[in-house]
Write a protein that binds this ligand. Structure first.
Ligand code: FAD
Ligand code: NAI
Length: 470
């Protein structure tokens, strides 16, 4: 009889966990995956990447019809919002994709153990009434919303909501206050702004989108203001009270000072996410979380407990689905005795607003810091989308591409893009950087015309000092 029920048990079926489980099974390991939700796919497929993109895509069409962009192209329509239908197509997308994972589990013979898993020891977990043993266990429990002290989220009341509640609003709020000008705040704020809400973003820092290049962050403020959002930067929310369907927020300058109040029909709390480890029974296996609540791992995704591995949002690094997926594949390969690697220096990040904001590698400040603070050791090329023929033709003038390269070697250190399709464009930059490209390599690579990607070539020519179209 086998010593364990399974070779591998994965806890959590988000993009990290379900991908790890499928990869482990593909590699011939007997695999099970515990998931407490009713459907597979984790945060990403159920309440994250996919439903938010369904709402962003649909609301952008509505916006193009209402803000005059379509009319500029000779399409005159009188748009009418059918929000129920918009929600329905979002739910359909989620249903079909989560069902797709269930199909892939069956196809690859991954057993789904429905329920929340708790460690009994390093090779044993309880899932409901069932006890399951496995030689190796991969923790992929993901993350959930960071609460704001003193602010109670009640998604069912639709007044103070998190991202999950913001996806499900039954009506367009008249006035929405977004707490946190990060990725979720700007994506979900964009959805409701496009559908007619007055949106006010309250951000603690002096710029939006922490982690992105400074030029991108500055431009973001201009673009979202132009789109009608009100930005309250360097401001913090100190309290929210709710009476019926109205919220009253108390705000004050981040640095301290006089407070003021603001009324809203809806408040979105989007100040970050925290790793999910509650109820996992980490104490039973002698595993502690770090100061940020994350599970520390080594280069190969091993925790300090033999046979226990961890990936995705629950470990350090950007909380992104593609990072979790890549870690899932690499971790399963390591469990199987192969060599699985993720290049954590090149994880692209994309904000799926209009235009999209994307980046990979170092920001300009990080690059200078890497060069010991010597600005002359980097070169920067920038090209405006206004001068890109395709963007101009498509009525998409906002944005730019910026390439940062090491002056001596010309090796590309970072690429930043604001463009309607920046999320797609950043992929070519990621690939080029993965292959160690110089800006000259990119500048002398033939780019199809007319495409937005030509702006990457021109920015690379800018690093070389010789762009053509500006
Ligand atoms: P998760 O997807 O969080 O999955 C973990 C799963 O584990 C959950 O289903 C949970 O139920 C389950 N679980 C937890 N504990 C247990 C337990 N003890 N037993 C059994 N099961 C358990 N990222 C992008 O890259 N692109 C995007 O466009 C994007 N959009 C987003 C939009 C929103 C609104 C949000 C909230 C997030 C978005 N993200 C996006 C982030 C992305 O969703 C996460 O980075 C990704 O889902 C992390 O994957 P994961 O597998 O680590 O965890
Ligand atoms: P975030 O970290 O992107 O942004 C949170 C923002 O809130 C920061 O700008 C922070 O300064 C601000 N903030 C914190 N406390 C505040 C306070 N008290 N008052 C005002 N502002 C405050 O976190 P967010 O937007 O919640 O997203 C969580 C995670 O989900 C991100 O790490 C992101 O990686 C992931 N995600 C990714 C998406 C994508 O890839 N397109 C889309 C949505 C989420």
């Amino acid at each position: 009889m086998a010593e364990y029920d399974y070779d591998v048990l994965v806890i959590g079926a988000g993009p990290g966990g379900y991908v790890a489980a499928i990869r482990a099974a593909q590699l011939g390991l007997k695999t099970a995956c515990a998931e407490g939700r009713e459907t597979l796919g984790g945060t990403c497929l159920n309440v994250g990447c996919i439903p938010s993109k369904a709402m962003l895509h649909a609301s952008e069409f509505f916006n193009a019809a209402t803000n005059g962009t379509m009319a500029e192209m000779g399409i005159e329509v009188e748009p009418k919002l059918n929000l129920d239908k918009m929600h329905e197509q979002r739910r359909d997308a989620v249903k079909s994709l989560t069902g797709g994972i269930q199909f892939l589990f069956k196809k690859n013979k991954v057993d789904w153990k429905k329920g929340y898993a708790t460690f009994q020891d390093a090779h044993t977990v309880k899932i409901g009434d069932e006890t399951v043993t496995a030689k190796d266990i991969i923790i992929a429990t993901g993350s959930s919303v960071t609460p704001l002290p003193g602010v109670e989220i009640d998604n069912d009341n639709h007044v103070v909501v998190d991202s999950t509640g913001a996806l499900e609003l039954p009506a367009v709020p008249k006035k929405m206050v977004v707490i946190g000008g990060g990725v979720i705040g700007l994506e979900m704020g964009s959805v409701w702004c496009r559908l007619g809400a007055e949106v006010i973003v309250v951000e603690y820092l002096d710029k939006l989108l922490p982690g992105m290049d400074d030029d991108v962050r500055k431009e973001a403020a201009k673009i979202f203001k132009k789109q009608g959002m009100e930005l309250r930067l360097s401001t913090k929310v100190t309290g929210v009270s709710v009476e019926g369907k109205k919220a009253t927020l108390t705000l004050e300058p981040s640095a301290g000072g006089e407070s003021e109040t603001l009324e809203a029909d809806c408040v979105l709390v989007s100040i970050g996410r925290k790793p999910n480890t509650d109820g996992l029974g980490l104490d039973k296996i002698g595993l502690e979380t770090n100061k940020r609540g994350q599970i520390d791992i080594d280069h190969d995704f091993r925790t300090k407990v033999d046979g226990v591995w961890a990936i995705g949002d629950v470990v350090p690094g950007p909380m992104l689905a593609h990072k979790a997926e890549d870690e899932g594949i690499a971790c399963a390969e390591n469990v199987a005795g192969l060599t699985g690697i993720v290049n954590h220096d090149l994880i692209p990040g994309v904000v799926y607003t209009w235009p999209e904001f994307a980046g990979v590698g170092l920001t300009q400040d990080e690059a200078i810091e890497k060069m010991g603070g010597d600005k002359t050791k980097i070169k920067v090329g920038k090209f405006p989308m206004m001068a890109n023929s395709r963007a101009k033709t498509n009525h998409e003038p906002d944005g730019f591409v910026k390439i940062i390269a090491e002056a001596e070697s010309d090796r590309v250190l970072g690429v930043w893009a604001i463009a309607s399709v920046a999320g797609t464009m950043i992929q070519q930059a990621t690939q080029a950087m993965e292959f160690g490209a110089t800006s000259e390599d990119i500048a002398y690579t033939c780019h199809a015309h007319p495409t937005h990607s030509e702006a990457i070539k021109e920015a690379a020519m800018g690093v070389q000092g010789k762009p053509i179209h500006i």
